[in-house]
Design a protein around this ligand. Structure first.
Ligand SMILES: [Zn+2]
Length: 486
């Protein structure tokens, strides 16, 4: 029996050619895939990773960029120069900040001790030049540097000046945002320091504890008990836990809420009397909200807070602190009541308070706060645009509209009287937060306007300002007046 039929066997030469052909095909597919993979990664890298990696302060190659490009300017949305590079007679370049103190926590600084703020975040773009090819070639021939692109920020100099002026010598923060886009319109933090003096004062600013306080951006890094501004989230949780009956809530305020051997007083011991839920919110009745707090499920309350960016990093590209919410399943009535009125262990940054307020204004969506609008080349032609980014919804449109109604009542009949005679409709919430020491309470205001079509959301925090309604609200009023009456 023949095992192999010779006639049916493949010619060995043919077989080798076929195998070689197959190998070539495999290798071709492999290299083609590799090639497209590399192209794909390169495109991805240039689009998404390069600005971060090239812009990283740890990348030594940046200094090479600076050898060939004059660092671009940073300008406000209304065309004012906030940072520029000046070349002296000796040819030496120096960064200059025309507004000295005003933008030190937002624009930041760039000098021999490093970079901060937008100077750090936009470093890559400021050291890129998109002048036209002819100008670039001429510059190369003359051995001249190319002018870097300018960053146009979202900050408005008129609002920044108004906010800072209204704060006076107070410590604290003011932030204003466009609710629909997350564009930051102004960001003030006090105390501050002159950005032009940073290098000269470096030792003192980083070592002396009083001076160090000026380095902190209170808007995004300062952590404070939110006081009654937190009643917004307490109310939202109460509505969620009592969808059919929350509107029937009533409370008889005698000035002091007593329970479990503790007591919580209303502001200055005021007796609010019989309160509906709307009145209790508008008048910021602590007793009513302490009672609401005791009734809440602490686990669900914590879930709500965490969905609003408590206990996690903020979606924000500059330095910020994590706001804290600590209720858990075994929380006592006292802890729940304290948390409900924004005291206890809850700590919050003014930036997060502003983001939540902006979300209520826009129907429930948290927008990522941004200070960068677009880049322009030296001829003023627009280049890269930084688009608004949504961080998802934290409440339904119905919930946002219910909270808006409550916050409108604050202005109409409650503690937001600073807005009562405004030429536009306004919604807001005051807060007066005990500091846990003998020093005066912190004063808060969060709000937005106009109610029908919100254009601006604001958060004001005045350290030891004593009264949200009397100290913080008028500052917010000045900023919103300025913006809406442009
Ligand atoms: Zn009360």
């Amino acid at each position: 029996m023949k095992i192999f039929d010779r006639n049916r066997r493949e010619d060995p030469e043919k077989r080798d050619r076929r195998r070689a052909g197959r190998n070539i095909a495999v290798v071709t597919v492999f290299f083609t895939a590799l090639f497209f993979g590399l192209i794909g990664y390169y495109a991805y890298f240039i689009q998404f990773r390069a600005p971060g990696i090239i812009g990283s302060p740890y990348n030594p190659r940046l200094d090479k960029f600076a050898d060939r490009v004059v660092r671009g300017s940073i300008v406000s949305a209304d065309g004012k120069t906030l940072a520029e590079t000046k070349t002296g007679d000796d040819g030496k370049e120096a960064r200059h900040y025309p507004y000295d103190y005003l933008y030190v926590h937002s624009v930041g600084y760039s000098g021999k001790n490093g970079r901060s703020g937008l100077e750090s975040l936009a470093n890559f773009y400021l050291l890129s030049s998109h002048v036209n090819l002819i100008e670039k070639t001429v510059n190369e021939f003359q051995n001249k540097k190319n002018p870097g692109d300018s960053l146009v920020t979202t900050l408005r100099s008129d609002l920044q000046e108004t906010a800072s002026g209204a704060m006076g010598s107070n410590r604290g923060a003011v932030i204003a945002m466009e609710p629909d886009t997350g564009k930051v319109l102004c960001m003030v933090s006090q105390p501050n320091f002159n950005a032009n003096e940073l290098d000269a004062r470096w030792q003192e600013l980083t070592q002396d504890s009083d001076s160090k306080a000026a380095l902190l951006n209170r808007a995004s890094q300062g952590l404070y008990p939110p006081g009654s501004t937190f009643k917004i989230l307490t109310l939202l949780e109460y509505i969620r836990e009592n969808p059919d009956s929350w509107m029937n809530f009533t409370y008889n305020c005698t000035g002091t809420f007593k329970s479990d051997g503790y007591s919580i007083r209303c502001y200055h011991g005021e007796k609010h009397g019989e309160q509906t839920i709307l009145q209790a919110f508008a008048n910021s009745c602590n007793g009513a909200f302490a009672q609401i707090g005791e009734s809440l499920d602490p686990v669900r309350f914590r879930e709500l807070a965490e969905s609003c960016f408590f206990n996690s990093a903020l979606p924000y590209d500059l330095v910020s602190s994590k706001s804290l919410f600590s209720l858990n399943g075994d929380a006592s009535n006292w802890e729940k009541a304290q948390t409900a009125i924004g005291q206890g262990k809850t700590m919050m940054t003014p930036l997060l308070d502003c983001m939540i307020t902006a979300a209520i204004a826009n129907g429930g969506t948290v927008m990522k706060p941004t200070l960068m609008d677009h880049m322009e080349n030296a001829a003023g032609q627009a280049g890269k645009t930084f688009l608004p980014e949504s961080e998802g919804s934290i409440m339904s449109a119905e919930e946002a509209s219910a909270l808006t109604e409550f916050m409108t009542e604050v202005v109409k009949s409650g503690t937001g009287s600073a807005f009562r005679d405004a030429s536009y409709s306004a919604a807001g919430k005051t807060g007066t937060a005990e500091t846990g020491s003998d020093s005066a309470s912190h004063a808060w205001y969060v709000g937005f306007a106009p109610v029908e079509d919100p254009k601006i959301a604001v958060c004001v925090l005045v350290e030891n300002g004593e009264s949200g309604g009397r100290t913080a609200a008028p500052i917010a009023r000045a900023v919103i007046d300025k913006y809406l009456q442009r």
